[in-house]
Write a protein that binds this ligand. Structure first.
Ligand code: NAD
Length: 359
């Protein structure tokens, strides 16, 4: 069992930037400033601290990032999340990957694709010793996500899927990872206090308190490349399924609902604003309505969750557990193999970490 967790990154956008900066932020804290662990399930999770995560390989496709040291690429345009930490040189050069469907029409209009030849992803993964690959591609990257999942199977690398393309929740891919004796977790990371967990918890609260929910919507706006990319409605199908299924699973009856990314507002940068509306009836058929506005810096909202997902996947590797990680996925992702209310998912996750639950 190695103490370091060797991780490769696919897609060096705002999320990768927040993850790397977050690890530095908590590393500084562990070296004397404080033992702060806000946003992490635990500072020490199953023997692993955030600083045990070591980046060993990275892939992107655009000119401003490919060929750069990873520590520079995370601050390259069009990334626009806030800076919370200095990241020293990593000696990991961002490799060019196949573009496939990674860049949609909107994205292509804002960036320059690198003219470097694509690397052999499986070979880079093998040579770097990567144990886990994190998939952080733009929404709608179905072919490109499958290309990285295949590369992981070739290279003997676990796969964590932060995006709404269905791998950990798809039976064919579950079997492929099981057959290769590798774990996978996903799909579509669920932010620490994001629209999905708030909305699913509210629906569960209404249902548990006997309120009949008649209608609900969740509209989201932001000003980063994630939201710009999601202006391509044809890339959004899986995102809507992922977000809607997480909320719908909290009620024993069908609720008319509309959930998803709604617009791009450039000056918001990496801030995301979510509006949730719920309408229902309680005792005596009396109407009740709820309107909620949530404002967050989007990329940091998922970074702590991913640090937990990476550490739990490493624990699975240490224990020789393969196939879809049900408790890790239900706790950290919106579209897991098994959808659970948040509190159940958290206790299953902790039992898994403690070795009381197999997967
Ligand atoms: N809280 C959150 O931020 C959150 C929550 C859930 C899901 N997600 C998802 O995580 C993903 C990453 O988000 P982000 O904000 O970092 O996006 P981003 O647009 O900032 O970064 C995506 C990166 O992927 C690169 N890319 C495109 N095609 C590629 C390919 N074939 N190979 C390698 N790289 C490629 C782009 O050049 C870009 O650098 C998105 O799909 C987003 O929806 C984010």
């Amino acid at each position: 069992m190695s103490k370091k967790i060797k991780v490769a990154l696919a897609g060096i956008g705002n999320c990768a930037s927040a993850l790397m900066q977050g690890i530095k932020y908590y590393d500084a804290n562990s070296n004397g400033k404080s033992n702060d662990s806000i946003g992490l399930t635990a500072f020490d999770l199953g023997g692993y601290e955030p600083r045990d995560i070591e980046f060993v390989a990275a892939f992107d496709v655009i000119d401003s990032k490919v060929g750069k040291d990873l520590s520079e690429a995370i601050f390259a345009e069009p990334n626009n999340t806030v800076k919370i930490a200095n990241v020293e040189k990593s000696n990991v050069i961002v490799e060019k990957a196949e573009v496939l469907d990674g860049l949609g029409n909107h994205y292509r209009g804002k960036v320059q694709v690198s003219d470097k030849p694509p690397a052999n992803v499986a070979k880079v993964l093998k040579e770097s010793g990567a144990e886990i690959l994190l998939n952080y591609l733009p929404v709608g990257s179905r072919q490109a996500t499958r290309y990285y999942a295949e590369a992981c199977l070739d290279a003997g690398c676990a796969f964590i899927n932060a995006i709404p393309v269905f791998i950990a929740s798809n039976a064919k891919w579950q079997q492929a990872f099981e057959d290769r004796k590798l774990p996978c977790a996903g799909d579509d990371v669920m932010s620490q206090l994001g629209a999905t967990v708030v909305h699913k918890t509210l629906v569960k609260l209404f249902v548990d308190r006997g309120v009949k929910v008649d209608q609900t919507y969740q509209l989201n706006i932001g000003g980063d490349m994630d939201f710009y990319n999601m202006l391509d409605e044809d890339r959004l199908e899986d995102k809507r399924v992922s977000k809607t299924s997480a909320v719908a699973a909290m009620a024993p009856y069908e609720i008319p609902m509309r959930i998803g990314p709604s617009d791009f507002v450039p000056f918001l940068d990496n801030e995301k604003i979510c509006y949730i509306f719920m309408k229902g009836r309680y005792f005596g058929n009396i109407p009740v309505e709820l309107d909620l506005k949530l404002k967050v810096v989007d990329a940091y909202n998922s970074a702590g969750v991913m640090i937990d997902a990476v550490r739990a996947t490493k624990i699975a590797l240490d224990r020789g557990i393969s196939g879809p990680l049900e408790s890790v996925s239900a706790y950290c992702f919106k579209h897991p193999p098994v959808q659970l209310p948040y509190s159940v998912a958290k206790s299953n996750f902790l039992e898994f970490v403690e070795g009381k639950k197999e997967r």
